[in-house]
Design a protein around this ligand. Structure first.
Ligand SMILES: [Zn+2]
Length: 249
């Protein structure tokens, strides 16, 4: 059930918009304290740089959507938080497959956790969501529950031109076809331990509690999050999708 709505670009046909229309349960966002009203006649100044360093709250998901919607502002958020992101030229591979407002997610100078493989290509919005998750969920959760630091995030990549579930039993377009979803397989800790969805999801030990915590946190950051609780296809990864959808399991 990997449904998505946006970001829909003017360059795309209206038919694509219809095909991608989300039918996930939509819930109202919690109100988020906004900036003080701007002086009359002056545009509201963007609050750039605070999102990645702010603890997750009821406004995080909508803030990621808003700050990630426009490339310049999205890159400014990442740069201000010392996260490396190198935009790549927009690319349309087919009617349903494109990489728009995408780039290479590099190192986060504010953390020790690195992506493996390095420099995955994804939308800036997804990079923003991953960066919030890395700093505000993965790292504190690992220290609290596992007593060590995350040094590596193992993933299966973001961009793939395909339908959901690799096309098995579905013709819906996956968010991976727009580089808007990342599949995370697990993490490695400074003390050498490796935590994986495949090995550690089930049970009630600290590893399982850690994985459930970072899944639950992800649900407050990303639009759609799919874990092994969802179906067998996701037995070995968390599907983290930065789109204007609302589904978490
Ligand atoms: Zn996925």
């Amino acid at each position: 059930m990997t449904l998505r709505a946006g970001p829909l670009r003017s360059a795309l046909a209206a038919g694509l918009a219809a095909a991608l229309a989300a039918c996930s349960p939509m819930l109202p966002d919690a109100p988020r304290p906004g900036p003080s009203p701007a002086a009359p006649g002056r545009p509201e100044a963007p609050l750039v740089g605070g999102l990645i360093n702010r603890p997750i709250d009821g406004g995080t998901r909508s803030a990621v959507l808003r700050e990630g919607a426009e490339l310049t502002r999205c890159v400014a958020e990442l740069t201000a938080a010392r996260v490396s992101f190198s935009p790549t030229p927009d690319r349309v591979d087919s009617e349903n497959c494109h990489q728009i407002q995408a780039g290479l997610l590099g190192a986060d100078m504010g953390t020790v956790a690195r992506m493996n493989p390095g420099q995955p290509k994804m939308t800036c919005q997804l990079a923003l969501a991953v960066s919030v998750w890395r700093r505000q969920s993965l790292e504190p959760a690992a220290r609290e529950i596992l007593g060590s630091d995350v040094v590596q995030i193992d993933h299966f990549g973001a961009y793939a031109c395909r339908n959901v579930n690799n096309g098995v039993g579905s013709t819906r377009i996956s968010a991976h076809a727009q580089a808007a979803a990342l599949d995370v397989a697990g993490v490695r800790l400074r003390d050498g331990r490796r935590i994986s969805l495949t090995e550690d999801w089930h049970g009630d030990g600290p590893e399982a509690r850690f994985l459930r915590r970072i899944r639950d946190d992800a649900c407050r950051i990303f639009g759609t999050v799919l874990s092994p609780d969802y179906n067998a296809v996701h037995h070995d990864h968390l599907h983290l999708e930065a789109t204007d959808t609302r589904f978490c399991r």
